[in-house]
Design a binder for this molecule. Structure first.
Ligand code: ATP
Length: 328
């Protein structure tokens, strides 16, 4: 059966208005997400990668309308999320949840774990009795590997890994279709990271979830993603199936980024050279003309510095925006 499209993002642009240094000057515009488009099929996991500040979190939050996007469309269940009223958007959030990076900080310390996990139920299934809610909470606690008898405990009594399981339980209790995981394991010890990734993979299968997995950790992204989107200064520079993009990155930025990540296949690792990028990404307040990566790119020529490259197919299921991409 052909996979259905669950989410289609078209030309999404999110800007922040920053006060200018002088009272007489207009505010500065920072474009955090710049004309981003992608399609996500039901049941797949899309990894979003890129250096700090490239717009990963802003993109994730813009999709859920936790941050306001200025341009583009977010096509979801037949409509554009950007056209929904606040009330309609609240209802839509039953099917789209988010898991945050810092598990402990994202849980209210004054609430019991049972009440934290049950919170979405009180909003989206208000007719449930307290006993019914508690049954659902115990059931989901068991599914995420928490002892249901701990339902009346408080967040500080849990470790970081357990706290992230609480966040995951809260996110999945209404059986959403899409979960946006924003650096869900970055704050955890490496040994615990693996357990949380294994849990997300199990839940994805059991609950038929579709995931957006935001992370700067490429080895983690490789482990869980079917598809990958590489962002640089708010723009998609490369996209495609994770296996293809990881093994045959076409864009110089992706090549540099991935050259620093561990490779599981020794055959592929042998021929690979570490590419060291010079300097930091430019400020999104003042992006360079042409290709945004050109000031740091060792392949850049005159055209790169004047005209933004179009997005083109590299091989089936892989696209990149570069005049000098590596072709098969
Ligand atoms: N609320 C805000 N107000 C102004 N600028 C913001 C705001 N949030 C993010 N930015 C800016 O938008 C750009 C993208 O930030 P974002 O947090 O989305 O990047 P990121 O890739 O998720 O980075 P990190 O991995 O460090 O979280 C950055 O330049 C950041 O400084």
């Amino acid at each position: 059966m052909a996979e259905q499209t669950l989410l289609k993002v078209e030309h999404l642009t999110t800007e922040f208005e920053l006060p200018s240094k002088s009272f007489f000057k207009p505010p500065l515009i920072l474009t955090a997400v710049n004309d981003v488009s992608f399609e996500l099929k039901t049941g797949r996991t899309l990894g979003i990668v890129g250096e700090s500040g490239c717009g990963k979190s802003t993109l994730g939050r813009s999709i859920l309308r936790l941050i306001k996007a200025q341009k583009g469309r977010i096509m979801w269940q037949g409509g554009n999320l950007l056209d929904l009223s606040e009330e309609e958007m609240r209802a839509a959030r039953r099917d789209m949840q988010i898991i945050f990076q810092d598990p402990i900080a994202s849980l209210d310390p004054r609430m019991t774990v049972g009440d934290i996990i049950a919170e979405p139920l009180t909003v989206f299934e208000p007719k449930l009795s307290r006993a019914q809610r508690q049954d659902r909470v115990r059931e989901i606690m068991a599914a995420v590997g928490l002892v249901p008898e701990m339902i009346n405990r408080y967040p500080h009594e849990f470790s970081g890994g357990q706290a992230q399981r609480i966040g995951i339980a809260r996110a999945v209790i209404t059986r959403p279709k899409l979960i946006i995981c924003d650096e869900p394991v970055s704050a955890l010890d490496v040994s615990i990271q693996g357990q949380v990734i294994t849990l997300l993979r199990k839940l994805r299968k059991e609950f038929g979830l579709t995931l957006i997995f935001i992370s700067h950790d490429l080895s983690v992204v490789r482990l869980i993603s079917d598809d990958v989107l590489v962002l640089y200064l708010g723009k998609v520079v490369e996209a495609g199936s994770a296996a293809t993009v990881f093994d045959h990155p076409a864009h110089p930025y992706t090549q540099a980024l991935f050259s620093a990540a561990p490779i599981p296949d020794p055959k592929l690792a042998r021929g690979r050279q570490r590419i060291r990028l010079q300097g930091d990404p430019p400020s999104p307040l003042n992006p360079p003309p042409g290709c945004v990566f050109s000031p740091r790119c060792w392949k850049a020529t005159d055209i790169c510095r004047t005209k933004a490259p179009p997005t083109e197919q590299v091989r089936p299921g892989q696209t990149a925006a570069c005049y000098h991409m590596d072709l098969p």
